[in-house]
Design a protein around this ligand. Structure first.
Ligand code: NI
Ligand code: MN
Length: 226
């Protein structure tokens, strides 16, 4: 499967012929200047939580493409007020879409929408169909709840974890998270976008290698095969 990294926590992934776009933060990101937002495809836009650095381009892309929002109830309702339709979930719940199953899982973080509206509790997503299963953790600390994922979902093929530290877990905790979720292939996100979350790529890669795990730190705009 192919993943395109759009910066911060933003990814484009095709699943069963449908384009899934996660947490689009492209237009204000200097690292994503070379991305033409008009060409970003989406049938569904999955939003982990309401923070600006995860939702800023969702409205524009949804209006251009007609994509549906998948998020928690509060965020989907807020987009409903802008005449953008969606599917609401809440923690621990899953739904079968035309591309596969999506389960909304816990994250330890905060969530408020750009205009100050309450954004519900933040989450992550586990997605699966007959071919693949993966986890996008959103913004989160390391949490014991991650141990529930292998108990309640199919075996993960890969996981997208934040590791820029300061606002989320850093790479040391992300390495423990990889054990909790029983996954050896990790795609890092939420790093280098701002000064607070710049990371030492070499140190992060070496820490994962030492534990026999693979860490991919994609460049913005890069498409990777998994
Ligand atoms: Ni956040
Ligand atoms: Mn964030």
């Amino acid at each position: 499967m192919t993943l395109t990294y759009y910066g911060q926590a933003g990814f484009g992934i095709e699943m069963n012929g449908k384009q899934l776009l996660f947490d689009p933060f492209i237009s204000p990101n200097p690292l994503a200047k070379h991305i033409n937002i008009e060409e970003v495809a989406a049938d569904y836009i999955l939003l982990t939580h309401g923070h600006q650095d995860h939702v800023v381009d969702a409205e524009g892309i949804a209006k251009r493409t007609g994509a549906k929002i998948i998020s928690n109830y509060e965020i989907v309702s807020w987009y409903g007020g802008k005449e953008i339709s969606g599917h609401p979930l809440n923690h621990g719940g899953k739904w079968n879409f035309d591309f596969g199953t999506v389960k909304y899982v816990n994250a330890v973080h905060s969530s408020i929408l750009p205009d100050g509206t309450y954004g519900g509790n933040p989450g992550g997503f586990v997605l699966w169909n007959e071919e693949v299963c993966f986890y996008h953790a959103g913004d989160t600390a390391l949490t014991m709840d991650m141990k529930l994922i292998p108990m309640t979902c199919p075996k993960l093929n890969f996981a997208i974890l934040p590791l820029g530290d300061n606002f989320t877990m850093g790479y040391e905790d992300a390495l423990i998270a990889a054990d909790f979720i029983e996954c050896d292939t990790i795609v890092g996100c939420h790093f280098d976008t701002f000064g607070y979350i710049e990371i030492d790529h070499d140190a992060a890669q070496k820490a994962f290698e030492a534990k026999g795990k693979k860490l991919i730190l994609p460049s913005v705009g890069e498409t990777i095969q998994l």
